[in-house]
Design a binder for this molecule. Structure first.
Ligand SMILES: O=C(O)CCC(=O)C(=O)O
Ligand SMILES: [Fe+2]
Length: 248
């Protein structure tokens, strides 16, 4: 291959940045406004998914490992990355954030929450660090047969970015069965609604961490979201989770 071609192809980092730039973010915002989540098909290719799964066994990359059953979180395990984050994770975190911050700000205003988010992730994470939230929260999750993830919210301190991202790294029906991504919405004085989100390998889901605004007949109200994973019937399932705020 000629040097010119190599330059044009660029590094894996460049490829992911180009992929992020090609996304129709208005469409992502529209889906988030309508449903509280948006799917970005094929955010990562099969090679990127395989490299991300392989990171799980590199203990030095992580700051802690959680066995979910020990805490009543479900069954399965996950590990939080340490700083510095691996390239792929850092690129996703800093590359996706600026596309979501404008929507986060509109949601704040709609819900009359007195918080605005800066345009860059560097500035937002600086805010977290100044408040003592210094530990990185991106994580890799690993589930086997009969494992599941209880409905939860990834809040780790006073500062919380209202949207997060998860990428399914494994192939449904081939690598695992069952293990569906589930979201619930608790509406004021009403019963909760559940939604199962079908994902393919490499698909990302962007979803509300905690609250989102919904337009009702008497103005905007707040719904409370939780997410989790239904029980795997067989196989292994890996996910990469990207949360934008750091933890205390
Ligand atoms: O494994 C999943 O799909 C859910 C992961 C999760 O809870 C997260 O990324 O915060
Ligand atoms: Fe989560």
């Amino acid at each position: 291959m000629s040097a010119v071609l190599r330059e044009a192809d660029g590094t894996p980092h460049d490829a992911l940045v180009r992929r992020l730039d090609a996304i129709d973010w208005q469409n992502v915002h529209d889906d988030l406004n309508a449903h509280g989540y948006a799917v970005i098909p094929k955010l990562l290719d099969a090679t990127q998914c395989a490299s991300a799964i392989a990171l799980y066994d590199e203990a030095a990359l992580f700051r802690s490992r959680i066995v979910m059953a020990r805490h009543g979180y479900g069954r399965g395990e996950y590990q939080y990355f340490a700083y510095p984050l691996p390239d792929l994770v850092a690129t996703l975190r800093t590359g996706v954030y600026p596309h979501l911050a404008p929507l986060a700000n509109r949601w704040s205003q709609a819900m009359k929450i007195d918080v605005q988010y800066p345009a860059t992730h560097a500035d937002f994470v600086q805010r977290c660090h100044s408040a003592g939230q210094k530990r990185p929260t991106p994580l890799l999750l690993r589930y086997g047969a009969d494992d599941y993830n209880c409905l939860h919210q990834d809040l780790y301190g006073e500062h919380a970015f209202p949207l997060q991202l998860a990428v399914l790294l494994s192939k449904p029906e081939e690598d695992f069965t069952g293990g569906e991504f589930v979201l619930t919405e608790q509406r004021p004085r009403m019963q909760s609604v559940a939604e199962v989100v079908p994902l393919q390998q490499g698909d990302a889901i962007v979803f509300a961490v905690h609250h989102r605004p919904v337009n009702g007949s008497r103005g905007v109200y707040r719904v409370n979201l939780r997410h989790g994973v239904s029980r795997l019937r067989s196989g292994h399932r890996h996910t990469l989770g990207v949360i934008f705020h750091d933890a205390t």
